[in-house]
Design a binder for this molecule. Sequence first.
Ligand code: CMP
Length: 137
Amino acid sequence: MSLADTLPTIELFSELSKKELKNIAALMTPIQVKMGRVLTKEGDPGREFMIIIEGTATVKRKGRVLARLGPGDFFGELAIVAGVPRTATVIADTDMVIETLNRREFTSLLDESPRIAKKVLVGAVRRLHEIEESIIR
Ligand code: CMP
């Protein structure tokens, strides 16, 4: 499947016009990763925002599983948005295809659409809430 076919199926990009999708596709670089690859490492500086096209990944923090992510899910936004270290380790459970955006491309993505910015913001707040709950419990 081409990027043009895949993008509209990603929840983050639903409700966007063809033109917006085209602009967004130009920002992205698809890469293939092997099962077991560490995609973000807790405590490291972060340079990329990633969207899963194929495959699944596990999110772990302090050795505990926080979430499993699959096609259409995104991750890596927290370190990029706030300039803080990676909050969690994300590991590929399977061979995967992911789209990566560097900080500049991610900023352009947020500028492109307030809808996307809102979804990323809501997701970020939920994730931080879950992290906080896992600390308190
Ligand atoms: P970042 O901190 O840049 O790198 C690790 C990523 O894991 C983080 O961004 C989020 O995208 C993701 N993440 C952190 N906490 C959660 C959570 N509770 N549920 C799902 N994903 C998370």
